[in-house]
Design a protein around this ligand. Structure first.
Ligand code: ADP
Ligand code: MG
Length: 231
């Protein structure tokens, strides 16, 4: 689903140059959960932004869901991203005064999906994350764990091939974080989605099919947790 070959990203110029990524190689097969772990500043968010086509690599090759991202124009990238990628954020990224259902519908509005189908699909995704009964609650009435479930439902609505999650358990207590990770595993195993999650939380590692350690813009050890077909 994702191939990165010798990917670098340099910010700034001259004395202000920052080598955020110094040659990333990684491969994420479809229907797996890949975890990239590393300390703050190691290059995790930069890596996700490149996979999403939100930022361009300085050098190297990035293939995502069959597209070579360097070959797409900015316009093509935006269209491609809306259909292909779902995002999950550390601080949920929801509109607090809207209901759970309205938040989940938003990415479909952007794609111009009709209201009847939008509502059905949003309810379906809220059901997948176990939040049917909270559909008409405003987000600010929900707990952190529930808000992240809304965030996950929203990421799923357009049936993305790849879900990118940037420190999705960063603002959750341990037990809630573990429940969110169990949900991610279900989505991979039952729905067949592919998830790439970046984190500095060692407690979530055990949920990964693949665990990559990133340090100072380089992928170090690669831990293969689960053998393909071994589940
Ligand atoms: P992480 O998500 O692992 O905390 P980042 O990918 O955000 O790390 O950042 C990696 C490095 O690149 C850091 O040193 C950061 O300061 C630098 N960096 C990130 N974005 C920019 C930017 N837009 N301009 C300059 N430097 C940046
Ligand atoms: Mg980050």
């Amino acid at each position: 689903m994702v191939t990165m070959r010798k990917v670098t990203r340099v910010y700034g110029t001259g004395r202000h140059k920052v080598h955020a990524l110094r040659g990333i190689d990684l491969e994420i097969p479809p229907a797996t959960l890949a975890i990239i772990k590393g300390r703050s500043g190691s290059g995790k968010t930069t890596t996700l932004n490149l996979m999403a086509g939100l930022d361009r690599a300085t050098s190297g090759q990035i293939l995502v869901a069959g597209a070579d991202l360097a070959e797409l124009t900015q316009r093509q990238l935006t269209r491609w991203r809306r259909k292909t990628i779902g995002f999950i954020f550390q601080s949920f990224g929801l509109l607090p005064s809207l209901t759970a259902l309205e938040n989940v519908e938003l990415p479909m509005r952007i794609l111009g999906v009709g209201s009847k189908f939008r509502r059905e699909r949003a309810l379906e995704c809220l059901h997948l994350v176990g939040l049917t009964r909270r559909a008409s609650h405003r987000v600010l009435e929900l707990s952190g764990g529930e808000q992240q479930r809304v965030g996950i439902a929203r990421a799923l609505v357009n049936k993305p091939q790849l879900i990118l999650a940037d420190e999705p358990t960063g603002e959750l207590d341990h037990n809630t974080a573990m429940k969110v990770m169990v949900l991610f595993r279900e989505l991979v195993e039952v729905q067949g989605v592919t998830i790439c999650l970046v984190t500095h939380d060692p407690a979530v590692e055990e949920f990964g099919d693949y665990v990559f350690a990133i340090e100072d813009g380089r992928i170090g050890e690669v831990l293969h947790r689960r053998e393909e077909g071994g589940r």
